[in-house]
Design a protein around this ligand. Structure first.
Ligand code: TRP
Length: 446
């Protein structure tokens, strides 16, 4: 291999990719979706969506990344029979750019709440007061911008240190810490008085709430949670060495990602029900309801500190992975140093992230189809651009990419291998594009 950067160890590969996958999508989005969509029924559907759609799509991104050892755009251009396929890479970088602009805002909120928890300024208020506190904070001008700039600075330092010294080292420290926090919090929740009600809400299959929408939500959730559809894993896998087993890695990431999502539910619901709260969606749950839950819990200071540390680490490592897509593209395409690329990207994200943040305050009157700037970016990226990127990538690998490349990357040999390859290609050609197209169409109609 050339002198291009690569991950040094297999453990580093796993921690970096899991760091990308485990994020806000696991900790607040998954538990709520599961609760709403029939508990165990959703879990089962989600597991199937990961197995049948998530893993094949992830392996497709890995093939493109490791075959080319290039950034998102360069990767598709290098191995595409027709150069127009490079468009998938541009779409990925553009989507990553958009997601970064609002992901830094939410990561900033988690940093602020971590700071409140650590300085013992979080506990002791009522739910209404927490609601007011969150809306006052998120709609103010400087505090959230200060937080998002801090997130961009931390990320900038890590990413500019490079693939091995920066991303790999940071992931190898942060992810095991995240797992420890997760376990400690989950055990604590299970020991709470009314943990049973919460666990039932999460696990008991309730087939009466099972509809086509459940399936589509599960596929959409699998896509976002596994970091698919914007060449993020193309970029990371371009740093894989040849001895990394792509299918094995994709399976491990998927199992861990799902495990973290389920444990997040195990942390949240027993606590929410024990203290007589209603599970609420999204930012409302983690920033308005949970502080009150921690206030009532024995050793609340400790548990709130651990929880917001967990949330911040999860968000930060995902933010790093999205940023790397943009940074790698800019530095390789325009042949500038990684540090310069980080500075350029960081300044742009500071500017656009601030605009997103202000869309909860002074700029809230500025709306597109009734959505503020933050919500519009989120909608466009997650409901439209990510599914589109996923469909195009699977079509490209399934229909256009030379089979020899797939055989080589997946190390396919013998009769069994040939049969496996047939099934895999069938999934990439039909199952993945068709099901993700359904998600895209419902997303457009919603
Ligand atoms: N998977 C992360 C989460 O669950 C978010 C994320 C990181 C992502 N990189 C991505 C989502 C790439 C889509 C595409 O929060």
């Amino acid at each position: 291999m050339s002198r291009r950067a690569h991950f040094a160890t297999k453990f580093g590969v796993l921690m970096a990719t899991v760091g990308s996958a485990v994020g806000l999508g696991n900790i607040w989005r998954f538990p709520y979706q599961a609760g709403e969509n029939g508990g165990g029924a959703f879990l089962l559907t989600y597991a199937l969506a990961v197995l049948l759609i998530g893993i094949p799509a992830m392996v497709a991104e890995f093939i493109v990344g490791r075959e080319s050892h290039l950034n998102a755009v360069g990767a598709f251009k290098k191995i595409a029979p027709k150069k127009a396929w490079g468009g998938i890479g541009y779409l990925g970088v553009f989507t990553g750019f958009m997601i970064d602009c609002y992901y830094c805002v939410v990561t900033g909120w988690t940093l602020y709440y971590l700071f409140l928890a650590a300085s013992d300024n979080l506990l002791g208020l009522s739910v209404d007061q927490y609601s007011l506190m969150f809306s006052t904070y998120s709609s103010s001008v400087f505090p959230p911008i200060f937080a998002l700039v801090s997130v961009i600075l931390i990320t900038g330092v890590i990413v500019s240190l490079g693939v091995q010294k920066g991303i790999e080292t940071a992931s190898k420290i942060m992810m095991p810490l995240l797992f420890l926090l997760l376990l400690a919090l989950a055990v604590n929740s299970c020991l709470l008085e009314d943990s049973q009600t919460g666990l039932e809400f999460l696990f008991i299959p309730n087939w009466s709430e099972f509809t086509i929408d459940t399936i589509l939500s599960a596929i959409g959730q699998a896509f976002f949670s596994l970091s698919l559809g914007m060449a993020c894993l193309v970029t990371y896998s371009s740093y894989f060495t040849d001895d990394v087993n792509l299918i094995g890695t994709a399976s491990k990431i998927s199992v861990i990602d799902m495990g973290v999502a389920v444990l997040a539910g195990v942390i949240i619901f027993p606590a929410v029900f024990t203290f007589g709260m209603e599970p609420e969606q999204g930012p409302g749950l983690v920033f308005k309801v949970l502080p009150n839950v921690f206030s009532q819990m024995p050793l609340g200071y400790l548990w709130s500190l651990l929880f917001y540390a967990l949330l911040f680490l999860a968000a930060l490592t995902s933010f790093i992975s999205i940023t790397e897509v943009v940074v790698a593209y800019i530095s390789e395409a325009f042949k500038i140093s990684r540090v310069k690329s980080v500075i350029l990207t960081g300044l742009t994200f500071t500017l656009l992230g601030s605009v997103c943040s202000l869309s909860f305050g002074p700029l809230s009157g500025f709306t597109i189809a009734d959505k503020n700037i933050f919500d519009s970016l989120d909608y466009l990226a997650t409901n439209i651009l990510l599914p589109l990127g996923g469909i195009l990538t699977s079509i490209f690998v399934g229909w256009r990419l030379d089979r020899k490349v797939i055989e080589k990357q997946l190390n396919i040999k013998g009769k069994k291998g040939a049969a496996f390859l047939k099934v895999y290609i069938f999934f990439l050609r039909y199952i993945v594009p068709a099901s993700v197209t359904c998600v895209l169409v419902t997303g457009l109609l919603s």
